[in-house]
Design a protein around this ligand. Structure first.
Ligand code: ZN
Ligand code: ZN
Length: 233
């Protein structure tokens, strides 16, 4: 009983926080009417580019980007997702979404960005709490405007889809360590098949150490070291 009350309390606190965050966001970007183009503009001010895709017949520039960033999986099962690394800040948006769906999807992604979920990983969607937070943020961001009832159904759908994607991506992650993200700070020895952080005990005193190139990283030959855990940095 007490546990249930505490759980309720925690959820309510989280909701209050989402409401505050949404209000702060509106205020900062002076957002009066929210539609897909004002949301795209605001994302632009935050350094994000919105990229439309369809996953089948994309422009070459878009399909190249998807390939280089290894987003094939995301593109095939997600309608909207955010990618961020040292070089890119991108929000991918499926062409087929209608205006109402775009608003909900972009507000949801904004929830991740504004709540700084993007600081921890490149692609979002692997954490149920973060999905909940992003949805609450989007809900409060949009709840001042029209079409509220209609949207709450979309929200519910979006949440279910997000959890489904989460399940799928966990299944994927088990098969291949999808947490591996290339960085220029990975190293290998001449004959070794592991990659390391530079201060790893196995390579710190060695001189035959080379930076792992992207091609080598991508080749599948090299595995993360079990001592320095370069994929969990
Ligand atoms: Zn999400
Ligand atoms: Zn190591």
């Amino acid at each position: 009983m007490l546990e249930l009350l505490l759980k309720r309390l925690r959820i309510n606190l989280k909701k209050m926080n989402s409401k505050r965050q949404a209000a702060a966001f509106r205020k900062k970007y002076n957002l009066k009417n929210i539609n897909s183009s004002t949301l795209c503009e605001t994302l632009g001010l935050q350094g994000y580019t919105v990229i439309e895709f369809n996953g089948i017949r994309d422009k070459k520039s878009v399909s190249d980007l998807i390939e280089v960033l290894h987003l094939g999986d995301q593109v095939s099962y997600s309608r909207c997702f955010t990618y961020r690394d040292n070089k890119y800040r991108l929000v991918f948006l499926h062409e087929d979404l209608n205006e109402e769906e775009r608003i909900v999807a972009l507000a949801h992604e904004e929830g991740h960005i504004w709540n700084r979920h993007m600081n921890r990983q490149s692609v979002i969607g692997e954490d149920v709490i973060e999905e909940f937070d992003a949805n609450e943020f989007a809900h409060y961001l949009l709840s001042d405007s029209d079409g509220q009832k209609h949207r709450s159904i979309l929200f519910a759908l979006f949440f279910i889809i997000a959890v489904l994607i989460l399940t799928i991506s966990i299944l994927f992650a088990v098969k291949k360590h999808s947490s591996a993200i290339y960085s220029e700070n990975l190293y290998r020895t001449v004959n070794g098949t592991k990659y390391h952080l530079r201060n790893c005990m196995y390579i710190i005193d060695r001189t035959d150490v080379y930076r792992l190139t992207y091609e080598e990283f991508d080749s599948g030959i090299y595995e993360p070291c079990h001592a320095c855990l370069p994929d969990q940095r």
